[in-house]
Design a protein around this ligand. Structure first.
Ligand code: SF4
Length: 68
């Protein structure tokens, strides 16, 4: 893997459903590699990290395809 091929948009942990309230918009999505974090209040749902489609990190894993 080279860094110029890694992108959140093609990572299996990228979720473009944008269910993180108003935090995710445009080409952003949610990274679901780790559990949600940073609950503002005990009764609030945890938040998933918001990433842009062209972001990447060292946990990048190619999105699974139908052939996998
Ligand atoms: S931050 Fe890393 S693990 Fe999360 S979607 Fe992007 S490349 Fe994947």
């Amino acid at each position: 893997m080279t860094t110029n091929t890694a992108a959140c948009a093609s990572c299996r942990f990228f979720d473009d459903h944008k269910l993180n309230g108003a935090a995710a918009a445009g080409d952003e999505g949610l990274c679901r590699f780790n559990p949600p974090v940073s609950q503002p209040e005990p009764q609030s749902p945890g938040l998933w990290p918001v990433v842009a489609s062209k972001d990447w990190c060292g946990q990048f894993t190619t999105a699974m395809t139908a052939a996998e």
